[in-house]
Design a protein around this ligand. Structure first.
Ligand code: ZN
Length: 533
């Protein structure tokens, strides 16, 4: 009897009191209180912030799954109208990857549309290129993403949750490192947030979304809040870190923050020329957040709802271009793949952008090469922009061929659950993964297709493709034939292609690119001979 009572005291009573004492509503109330109280938060009309930040891209690393690529160090001044949700951000982004450059531009999102004044990316739209000064409307996907991220970091998020109590639900405690933090779930107008709380202070600790990340599967995208300071009677977090599955992708330090400073309404005005025809907010359930959030980290977002092409510049979209008998190059987007026809099956090089582009490519190939499934998918390298559609090929039954050191990484990719990706195959994938430490030859007895490991400065375990009967190579990022003119002096990336061709005794006449189109090899070979770096 005594023992039973003790057991009850130790286990049941604490559980019961936890359940009774901390309803989701009470968690939210406590947080609102800790931030300064309902009256103080209700008085917040606008927020002005000056901040600096550093950003990293996890899947542009040298080694697959290795140290993240440091991408930029930036500063911004931001004004937000907390009632309407309008936001204006004046950026100075200083990039070190993929190339050193600085972009100064202003973003405005207001009234469900968005606009950018200035150059913000290497991937520029026709509208941007034909405006002087460069300006363009935001894609609907970027408007939705910005709106979601502004809501996530809003000082009035908890107040909004308190006012919309019906949309606040209990959530399981979230495991953060070695600890487990109490949490609630909030269904906002742009998707669900899971908010965790610091048990000591009651303040929100992070605001989490569950998103699809092609190489990591169903993932946590978190804004972690700390260094809370008093700003005019309200607590505001001066350190804000975004994490992808626990890895710091953005580290923001707020330098100045003030509430209710007078902001001229013109600051949020979008010029009439850019209002008409501006894309409306995209459906939050269909936005590929991993793309829209992370391409700006390396300064390469093509601001288009077609994702890989600008529908104004290229209304036709993606297309198969025959570059040799039984060889089709997927062109028309920012990133290409190459399809090679064998006797009874197909081989594809690279799976760029995401599952939507893979689906397009698989469907187009089914029409052009009926009855021939993809049996091999070869990745030149692991970078997310060239590999994020790999699940679709694996789900079709293709064997995945990757360079040395990438095998374990991609086995993990294919094993990770992908229930949250709108275009991701949902079934369990049992694809074989082949790791190439030299060369790998696919043959049907007549045609041969090879993948060759080459030394290069871009990514470890890198493969070039080669089809001997077509004298055609395939290369991604080291050389973008048809897009980038050859420089006056050869660079290490281009030289690595030439050295790879020599090493493996290949005799290419042309190369098709993961970017660009198809180019003659002779010019590059000559540049390498006459002009060492
Ligand atoms: Zn790359």
């Amino acid at each position: 009897m005594k023992r039973t009572l003790l057991f009850a005291l130790l286990f049941f009573i604490p559980l019961a009191s936890q359940a009774q004492g901390t309803s989701p509503g009470q968690r939210v109330d406590k947080a609102v209180q800790a931030m300064g109280g309902e009256a103080a938060l209700s008085g917040l009309k606008s927020l002005s912030v000056r901040a600096r930040l550093k950003e990293w891209e996890p899947h542009q690393s040298v080694q697959a799954g290795g140290e993240m690529r440091f991408a930029n160090e930036s500063v911004y001044n931001q004004s937000r109208d907390l009632a309407s949700g309008a936001v204006r951000t004046e950026w100075e982004r200083n990039y070190s990857y993929p190339a050193t450059r600085t972009y100064k531009f202003t973003e405005v999102v207001a009234g469900g549309i968005g606009y950018v004044n200035g150059i913000d990316s290497t991937g520029r739209t026709k509208q941007d290129l034909s405006s002087n000064p460069p300006q363009h409307t935001m894609s609907g996907m970027r408007v939705t993403t910005t709106t979601r991220e502004m809501m996530r970091s809003s000082p009035t998020l908890l107040l909004e949750m308190k006012k919309n109590a019906k949309r606040v639900q209990a959530a399981p405690a979230q495991k953060i490192g070695d600890t487990s933090l109490p949490a609630v779930r909030y269904q906002s107008s742009v998707g669900a947030f899971i908010v965790t709380f610091d048990p000591a202070t009651g303040l929100p600790e992070r605001v989490r979304s569950r998103d699809y990340e092609p190489l990591e599967g169903d993932s946590n995208w978190d804004l972690v809040l700390s260094d809370w300071r008093d700003v005019g009677g309200v607590k505001y977090p001066f350190r804000q870190v975004t994490q992808l599955n626990g890895k710091n992708v953005t580290e923001t330090t707020v330098e100045e923050a003030s509430f209710n400073a007078a902001v001229d309404a013109k600051q949020y005005a979008i010029p009439e020329d850019y209002r008409a025809g501006a894309p409306k907010m995209a459906d939050p359930a269909k936005v590929p957040y991993y793309w829209v959030l992370r391409r700006p980290i390396i300064g390469t977002l093509l601001d288009s709802d077609a994702v890989s092409y600008d529908s104004q510049a290229n209304p036709g979209g993606l297309r198969l271009v025959d570059v040799a008998p039984g060889v089709s190059h997927v062109q028309g987007g920012s990133h290409n793949s190459l399809i090679v026809e064998m006797d009874t099956y197909l081989v594809v090089f690279d799976a760029p952008i995401g599952e939507a582009q893979s689906k397009w490519t698989i469907n187009a190939a089914k029409q052009k090469y009926p009855g021939k499934p993809f049996k091999y998918a070869v990745l030149t390298h692991h970078h997310m922009d060239h590999s994020s559609g790999i699940r679709s090929y694996a789900a079709e039954g293709a064997t995945l061929v990757v360079g040395q050191g990438n095998g374990e990484f991609f086995k993990k990719v294919l094993a990770s659950p992908a229930t949250l990706g709108p275009d991701a195959p949902k079934q369990k994938i049992n694809a074989e993964v082949v790791e190439v430490s030299g060369r790998y030859i696919i043959t049907d007895g007549k045609r041969e297709v090879g993948a060759y490991l080459i030394e290069n400065p871009h990514a470890a375990g890198y493969l070039i493709g080669y089809i001997p009967d077509a004298k055609l190579g395939f290369v991604t990022d080291l050389w973008s034939p048809g897009r980038d003119p050859l420089p006056a002096k050869i660079n290490p990336a281009l030289l690595s292609v030439v050295n790879g061709v020599k090493k493996w005794n290949l005799e290419p006449e042309r190369f098709a690119g993961g970017h660009g189109s198809v180019g003659e090899y002779a010019g590059l070979a000559k540049l390498a001979e006459t002009n060492q770096p």
